[in-house]
Design a protein. Structure first.
Lengths: 631, 494, 102
C-alpha cells in the first residue's frame, strides 16, 4: 500500500498555519477557525485512513507490522553519514500517536469555537494550534532522532506561544517563559545526547547497524541518559516538572491538547522510540527512569491532593500519570512482552487512554471555568444541576483515571501495575498506592466541583449555564471513547517486540487495584461529598505544616526561583556584565586614558618656542660631537 | 568587464548619483535603484555560481580576474569568488537594500549619510571579492573609516565616544593586520600577494607562522568580536544609527570571521592547527560570556550587541574546529546572524524612533500598540534562539555537530560549553520579549504611537523572508558552502 | 699676513655670540639680529676658506654673495612679519606670542 499521502498530514496544518498567520486579522475569526478545523479534520481523516491501511495491511513474514518510510528527504547534511532528514516513518507507535494527536486536536479545534468565542486574537489562536498540530505530528513520524529534535523544539515554541496567548496577563507571560526555558534547559541534554549518539553510532537513525552499535556500546548509556533528560523536561518529570502547573495559564483547550494529551507525552514517546536501544544497551538507565517516574508520580499525586485550582489539580494529575507511563517503560527488562517487556505495551496503552480521558477532563474543566469564570474550586460546588452534560462526562473521566472497570483507564493501569510487580514488588506496591491516591484526589476534585458546598452568592449573581454544543459535542465524543477504549485489543497493535500480544487481566492485581481505587473514592466521598467538610478541614489544620508544604508544591518553585535569580542572574550574569564594562572595557578605556595622559605630559616638549628647540638642537650636536670624539 | 567588479562599481556610481541629486526624492531614487541592482546582481551571481558548479567546474575560485596595480610589491587588483564569498555578497546586498529602507525617515544631511553609507558598502563588497591580500586590506580600511563619521555624526547617545572607541579599536586591529599581511607576504618569499598563490606555495616556515597567525587572527578577530577585544561592539552599536548598526553587525562583523578563515587559517595552516586551542578557549568564552552579559542588560541595543558577541563567537569557534562541517556551520552562522541581527537592529531602530527610549524598563505592552513590529520582533527573537524553520537552528546545529566531530575530551568539553548558549539565549530573548512586547502598556505617551510604515515593513519583510528561506530550505546553501569549505579545510589539514 | 686661524676665531666667536643671542633674547628683532650674526660668521668662513685653501677658484665668494643677498631678502620678510605682528598684537616679545601655539 502506498502511504506517500501521509506527507499531507504534516503539510496541511503547516499550510494552514502559514495562511492564517499571514492573513491574520484580515481574516474573519470564524473563517480562520473553519480553515483550521477543516484542515485538522482532513488530517484526522488521513490519520485514521493511514491507521486502517497500516494495520489492515497485516504483518510481514516475521509476524510484526513492518516499519515503513513512505517519504524521506535529506534536509541538512552534516557529513556523509550524518544528516537531518525530514520524512515520515510509519510503525505501530507512530500510527497510534497520529490517531491520538489528530483526534484530540480535532476535538480541541471544535471545542475552541465555543470556548474562545469573541476572544481577541482568535485567528492567532488557530494559527498556533495548526502550528502545534503540525509539529507534534512531525515529531511522532520522525524518521531519525534529529528530525525528532527539530519538531521537539517546534512543539516547545508552539507551547510557549499558546501558554502566552493572553499576553497582557503577567502570569501567562511568566509561565510561558518559564515553560520554554525549563524545557530548553532539558533540551540541552537532549541535544548533547544526540550529538554523542550521532558521533559514536555514525547515524541519526533510530536503528543503527550492529557494528556501529558495538563500537558505541560504552557511550550509549550516557547518550540515552542525556536524551532522557530532554524527555524528562518535556514530560515534566521531577525536578523539571515546575513549568507544567504554571503552563495552565494558557487557554484551557490548549492545556487539554498540549499539556495533557500530546506534547507532554513526547518524553514517553522518546523513550519508547529508543526502547530497543535502552533495553539492549542501557538497562540501568532505563531502570533509573523508572525510579524517577515513580517518584514523580508520587510527588505529583500528593501535591494534587491539596491544590485548590481545578486546572492545577489536573496538571499535577497529568504529571503523575506520565510518571506511570515512564515507570511502565522503565521496569522493562527485555523486549519480550511475555518475559519482562510488558511495560512497553502498558505504557503506550496508558498513553493512549490517558490522552483521551485527560483531554476530556481538561475540556470539562474548560466548560466549568466558562460557566463560573474562575479556576478556584471555592467558586464552584453543587454545579451538577447547572451543567448536566459536563457533570456526566467529567464523572466518566474521573472513573477512568481512577481505574474503575470497565473504563479504559482500568485496563491500561492494570497492565502497568502488573508490569511493575513483575519488576519489583516495591515499585508495584508504590504504584498501587499512587493509583489509590489518584482516585482520591480526582474524586476530591469531582465532589468539590459538582457536590459539596455551593458558592451560592456567586452563583446567584451569575447563574452557571451549560456550554454551547460546539463544546459539549467533543466532551461526549471523548467520553464515549473513554468508555470503550479499554476493549481495544491494544496488544495486537503495539507491543515491545512487535508480535501480537493478547492482554490478560491479572486477576489478583486487578482486584487489589480496584479495591484500592474504590477505597480512595470512598474516602473522598466521605470527606468531601457533604456540605461541611469537618474531616478534611480538621486534617488540614492538624497537619498544617505538611498541608502548607504540599500546597506550595514542596517549595520546588522557590528553589528554582532562588537558583535563577539569586545565582544565575545575581552571581553570574551581573558580575560578568560588570566585569565586561569595568575590567575588559576598563582596560581598553585605560589604554586610551594612558595614551592621552602621556600626550598631555610630553606635549610641552613641543613648546613652539624656537629658542628652546635651538637649545635641544645644540645639545644634540654637542652630544654627537662628544660621541664621535669618544669613538 | 568582470561581473565581480560591478559590485564595488555600483556603490561608486551611486555615490556619484547622490552627489548630483538635489532633493530627498532623488536621493531615495538613487539608493533604491542602486541597492536593488546590487541585490539583483548578487542573486544572479548565486544562480550563475550554482549553475557553473553543477556543470562540473571545479576551480576553487570562479569569475577570477587580475590586473597589475603596483609592481614592486606585486599588488594586483585580483578578484574571484567561491561559495563562501558569493553568499557573503548576497548577505551584504540584502542588508544594503534593507538598510536603505530602514533609514528612509532620515532627516538630517541625508545626502552625506547615504554617500558615506555607499562608501561603506563599497568597502564591504570589495573585501569579499578580493583575492589579493593588499587589495583586501585596502577595502577593509575603506569599510572602517566611514563608520567613524556615520556614528559620530548621525548617531545617538554618547556618539563621539563610541565612534572614537570603535574606530580606534578596529584600527588597532587593522594595524596588526597590516603587519601580519606583510609578514605573510615576505614569509612566502615576497613573490605574490594573491591568496590562492600564497596558499599554493605553502612555503611559510612554521616559526614565522607561529608569529603571524595570532597577529592576523587577532587583527580580524577584533572585528569579529573576539573576547576580550569585543568591547567596541556594545557601545558602537548602541550609538550607531539604524542602518549603520544593521550593516555593521550584519556584514562588517562577518568580515572578521571571513578574514580569519580566508587569510589567517588558510595561509598559515600549520600554526592554525597548532595554536587553534588557545583561540578555541577564547571563543568559547565569548559565546557564553556574551550570552550571560546580555541577560542583565537593560538597553535593547546592548542586549543585541552582546548577543552578537555570543553568536559571532560561535562563528570563530566553528572555524577553529578545522573540519568542514563546522566550517560550513560557521558560514551559515555568518549568514544567519547577519540577517537576524540586521532584523533586530532594524526593529530596535523603529521602536526607538517611536518611543525615544531603548530602556526595557520603560517599555511594555508594545504588542497591542504596534502589532506588526512586535510580531516581527518575536520572529527575530525566535530565529535568534534557534527555532527550527528559521536560519539560526540550521547554523547552530551544523556548528555543534561539526564541533562534535573532533575527537578528544577538550573539544567535547568546549562544545558542550558552547551548547549551553542555546539555553542562555532563550533566557535573554524571552526576557526582552516578555518585558517590552507583552503585558499592558504603562506609558500613556506610547498609546498613540503608530505601527510600521510601508518602507519599514518592506525592510523587515525582506529580512524575514531571507531568514525563513535559509531556515526552511538550507540544503542549497549548505552544499554551496560545503564545496568551497572542503578545499580550504583539506588545505589546512595537509 | 694674518693667518687663517685668526679669521676662523673671529667667525667662531661671532657664531656663538649669534647662537647665544638667539637663545637668550626674547625680542624678535634681537633674535633676528642674532640670526644675521650667525649667517655672517658662516659667510666669513666661506670667504676665508676660499681665499686660503683654493685661491684659484671663486665658488666661496659667489656663495657668500648669494647668502648676503638672500639674507637681505629674508631680513626684509622677517621684519615685515615682525611689523605685522607688532601691529596686530602691539608686542614683539616671543613669550607673549602664544596664539598660534598648540
Amino acid at each position: 500500500m502506498d502511504f506517500t499521502y501521509t506527507v499531507l498530514i504534516l503539510l496541511l496544518p503547516f499550510l494552514s498555519f502559514i495562511l492564517i498567520g499571514l492573513l491574520g486579522t484580515k481574516l474573519k475569526p470564524v473563517t480562520a477557525g473553519i480553515i483550521g478545523t477543516v484542515v485538522t479534520g482532513i488530517a484526522a481523516a488521513l490519520s485514521y485512513y493511514t491507521a486502517f491501511g497500516y494495520f489492515g495491511a497485516g504483518r510481514d513474514a516475521s509476524g510484526v507490522y513492518p516499519t515503513m518510510i513512505p517519504w524521506n528527504t535529506v534536509w541538512l547534511p552534516f557529513s556523509e553519514t550524518l544528516h537531518i532528514d525530514l520524512g515520515v516513518m510509519l510503525d505501530p507507535i507512530s500510527v497510534m500517536m497520529l490517531v491520538v494527536i489528530s483526534t484530540v486536536s480535532l476535538m480541541v479545534h471544535i471545542y475552541s469555537f465555543g470556548y474562545m468565542k469573541g476572544e481577541r486574537g482568535f485567528q492567532r489562536y488557530y494559527a498556533f494550534l495548526s502550528l502545534f498540530t503540525m509539529s507534534m505530528m512531525g515529531l511522532v513520524v520522525a524518521t531519525n532522532i534529529f528530525q525528532m529534535y527539530l519538531f521537539w523544539e517546534l512543539v516547545g515554541v508552539s507551547s510557549y506561544l499558546l501558554i502566552g496567548f493572553y499576553y497582557t496577563k503577567k502570569e501567562a507571560v511568566a509561565a510561558s517563559k518559564k515553560a520554554f526555558i525549563v524545557t530548553r534547559f532539558a533540551d540541552l541534554g537532549f541535544l548533547v545526547g544526540i550529538l554523542f549518539y550521532g558521533f559514536y553510532t555514525g547515524t541519526f537513525s533510530f536503528t543503527p547497524d550492529a557494528p556501529a552499535l558495538g563500537a558505541a556500546k560504552a557511550i550509549l548509556p550516557i547518550a540515552l541518559g542525556l536524551m532522557f533528560v530532554g524527555g524528562a523536561g518535556k514530560s515534566a518529570m521531577f525536578p523539571l516538572h515546575i513549568w507544567l502547573p504554571d503552563a495552565m495559564e494558557g487557554p484551557t483547550p490548549v492545556s487539554a491538547l498540549i499539556h495533557a494529551a500530546t506534547m507532554v507525552v513526547a518524553g514517553v514517546y522518546l523513550v519508547a522510540r529508543m526502547f530497543p536501544l535502552f533495553v539492549e544497551y542501557a538497562p540501568d538507565v532505563l531502570h533509573l527512569t523508572a525510579y524517577v517516574g515513580a517518584f514523580t508520580a508520587l510527588y505529583a499525586a500528593v501535591v494534587a491532593c491539596v491544590q485548590s485550582d481545578i486546572k492545577r489539580v489536573l496538571a499535577f494529575s497529568t504529571i503523575s500519570q506520565i510518571g506511570f507511563m515512564i515507570v511502565a517503560l522503565g521496569v522493562c527488562t527485555s523486549s519480550d512482552p511475555h518475559a519482562g517487556g510488558l511495560g512497553y505495551m502498558a505504557s503506550m496503552f496508558h498513553l493512549f487512554t490517558h490522552a483521551m480521558f485527560k483531554a476530556l477532563l481538561f475540556l470539562c474543566a474548560g466548560c466549568i471555568i466558562h460557566a463560573v469564570h474562575s479556576n478556584e474550586v471555592s467558586a464552584m460546588g453543587g454545579l451538577r444541576k447547572y451543567l448536566p452534560v459536563t457533570h456526566a462526562t467529567f464523572l466518566v473521566a474521573c472513573l477512568a483515571i481512577a481505574g474503575i472497570w470497565p473504563l479504559s483507564g482500568f485496563f491500561s493501569k492494570d497492565e502497568i501495575i502488573t508490569a511493575c510487580f513483575e519488576f519489583s514488588p516495591f515499585i508495584g506496591v508504590t504504584m498501587t498506592f499512587i493509583a489509590g491516591l489518584t482516585a482520591f484526589y480526582m474524586f476530591r476534585l469531582y465532589y468539590g466541583i459538582f457536590w459539596g458546598r455551593e458558592n451560592k452568592a456567586l452563583h446567584a449573581e451569575h447563574v452557571p449555564h451549560e456550554a454551547p454544543a460546539t463544546m459539549t459535542v467533543p466532551l461526549v465524543f471523548l467520553a464515549v471513547v473513554t468508555l470503550f477504549a479499554g476493549w481495544i485489543p491494544f496488544g495486537h497493535f503495539v507491543s515491545s517486540d512487535g508480535q501480537a500480544y493478547t492482554i490478560h487481566i491479572n486477576t489478583t492485581v486487578a482486584i487489589v487495584s480496584l479495591c484500592v481505587a474504590a477505597a480512595g473514592i470512598a474516602l473522598a466521598t466521605w470527606m468531601y461529598m457533604r456540605e461541611d467538610r469537618k474531616v478534611a478541614d480538621g486534617l488540614a489544620t492538624r497537619f498544617s505544616g505538611l498541608h502548607k508544604a504540599a500546597y506550595h508544591r514542596f517549595y520546588i518553585d522557590e528553589i528554582y526561583q532562588f537558583i535563577t535569580h539569586r545565582i544565575i542572574f545575581a552571581c553570574i550574569s551581573s558580575p560578568i556584565a560588570w566585569f565586561d564594562r569595568h575590567v575588559v572595557d576598563g582596560f581598553m578605556n585605560g589604554m586610551a586614558w594612558v595614551t592621552e595622559k602621556t600626550s598631555w605630559a610630553i606635549r610641552y616638549m613641543q613648546s613652539g618656542s624656537v629658542q628652546r628647540y635651538c637649545i635641544w638642537f645644540l645639545g644634540g650636536v654637542l652630544g654627537l660631537v662628544i660621541l664621535l670624539l669618544l669613538i | 568587464m568582470n561581473i565581480l567588479s560591478l559590485f564595488p562599481a555600483i556603490p561608486l556610481l551611486m555615490m556619484l548619483g547622490l552627489w548630483l541629486s538635489r532633493n530627498t526624492k532623488q536621493i531615495h531614487a538613487v539608493m533604491v535603484t542602486g541597492s536593488a541592482l546590487l541585490l539583483a546582481l548578487s542573486l544572479f551571481l548565486v544562480f550563475e555560481y550554482a549553475g557553473l558548479r553543477k556543470a562540473g567546474v571545479t576551480d576553487p575560485m570562479l569569475f577570477t580576474d587580475s590586473v597589475m596595480w603596483y609592481r614592486p610589491l606585486n599588488i594586483h587588483y585580483a578578484v574571484g569568488v567561491d561559495g563562501i564569498s558569493v553568499l557573503m555578497l548576497l548577505l551584504s546586498s540584502i542588508i544594503v537594500f534593507t538598510g536603505t529602507f530602514a533609514s528612509w525617515q532620515m532627516k538630517t544631511d541625508v545626502k552625506e549619510f547615504f554617500m558615506w553609507f555607499c562608501l561603506l558598502s563599497l568597502g564591504v563588497f570589495g573585501f569579499f571579492i578580493s583575492l589579493d591580500l593588499f587589495t583586501m586590506f585596502m577595502f577593509y580600511e575603506v569599510a572602517l573609516i566611514p563608520m567613524y563619521l556615520l556614528i559620530g555624526v548621525w548617531g545617538s547617545g554618547r556618539k563621539e565616544y563610541s565612534a572614537m572607541k570603535l574606530t580606534l579599536m578596529l584600527m588597532g586591529g587593522s594595524a596588526l593586520l597590516l603587519i601580519g599581511i606583510l609578514g605573510i607576504y615576505f614569509g612566502a618569499g615576497a613573490t605574490t600577494m594573491n591568496i590562492m598563490e600564497i596558499a599554493g606555495l605553502h612555503n611559510i616556515p612554521l616559526s614565522l607562522q607561529r608569529i603571524w597567525f595570532p597577529v592576523v587572527f587577532i587583527g580580524f578577530g577584533v572585528l569579529g568580536a573576539l573576547f576580550p577585544f569585543h568591547t567596541w561592539s556594545p557601545d558602537g552599536h548602541a550609538s550607531a544609527p539604524t542602518a549603520v548598526s544593521m550593516l555593521h553587525a550584519g556584514v562588517l562583523m562577518k568580515l572578521g570571521g571571513y578574514g580569519c578563515f580566508r587569510v589567517a587559517m588558510f595561509l598559515l595552516p600549520d600554526a592554525a592547527a597548532e595554536l587553534s586551542w588557545i583561540f578555541i578557549i577564547l571563543t568559547a568564552i565569548s559565546v557564553v560570556y556574551g550570552a550571560f552579559s546580555a541577560c542583565v542588560q537593560t538597553d535593547l541595543k546592548y542586549i543585541n550587541a552582546y548577543s552578537s558577541v555570543s553568536h559571532c563567537g560561535l562563528v570563530l569557534f566553528a572555524i577553529l574546529m578545522i573540519n568542514s562541517t563546522a566550517a560550513t556551520g560557521a558560514v551559515l552562522q555568518m549568514l544567519s546572524h547577519g540577517l537576524m541581527t540586521a532584523l533586530f537592529f532594524a526593529l530596535i531602530g523603529m521602536i526607538y524612533g517611536r518611543t525615544h527610549t531603548r530602556d526595557i524598563r520603560q517599555l511594555s505592552g508594545l504588542m497591542k500598540i504596534m502589532p506588526f513590529l512586535s510580531v516581527c520582533y518575536v520572529i527575530a527573537g525566535l530565529a535568534n534562539l534557534g527555532l527550527p524553520g528559521l536560519s539560526g537552528f540550521v547554523a547552530e546545529m551544523t556548528i555543534f555537530n561539526g564541533a562534535f566531530m573532533n575527537d578528544g575530551i577538550f573539544y567535547r568539553v568546549v562544545t558542550i560549553i558552547a551548547c549551553t548558549s542555546i539555553v542562555i539565549t532563550a533566557v535573554y530573548i524571552l526576557r526582552v520579549i516578555g518585558k517590552i512586547l507583552y503585558g499592558t502598556c504603562t506609558n500613556p505617551e506610547h498609546l498613540k504611537l503608530t505601527d510600521a510604515t510601508w518602507d519599514e515593513k518592506l525592510a523587515v519583510v525582506v529580512l524575514i523572508c531571507a531568514i525563513a528561506v535559509l531556515g526552511l530550505a538550507p540544503l542549497w546553501a549548505s552544499e554551496m558552502i560545503h564545496g568551497s569549505v572542503t578545499s580550504i579545510i583539506s588545505h589546512i589539514l595537509n | 699676513m694674518i693667518q687663517m686661524e685668526y679669521y676662523l676665531i673671529v667667525s667662531t666667536i661671532l657664531m656663538f655670540v649669534g647662537i647665544y643671542g638667539f637663545i637668550t633674547r626674547r625680542n624678535l628683532l634681537a633674535m633676528l639680529i642674532s640670526v644675521e650674526l650667525i649667517l655672517n660668521s658662516v659667510d666669513i668662513n666661506f670667504v676665508v676658506f676660499n681665499r686660503f685653501l683654493f685661491p684659484e677658484q671663486l665658488e666661496g665668494f659667489f656663495f657668500t654673495l648669494f647668502a648676503i643677498g638672500i639674507s637681505a631678502a629674508e631680513t626684509a620678510v622677517a621684519i615685515a612679519i615682525i611689523i605685522n605682528i607688532y601691529r596686530n598684537m602691539k608686542n614683539i616679545q616671543v613669550k607673549n606670542l602664544k596664539n598660534m601655539k598648540w
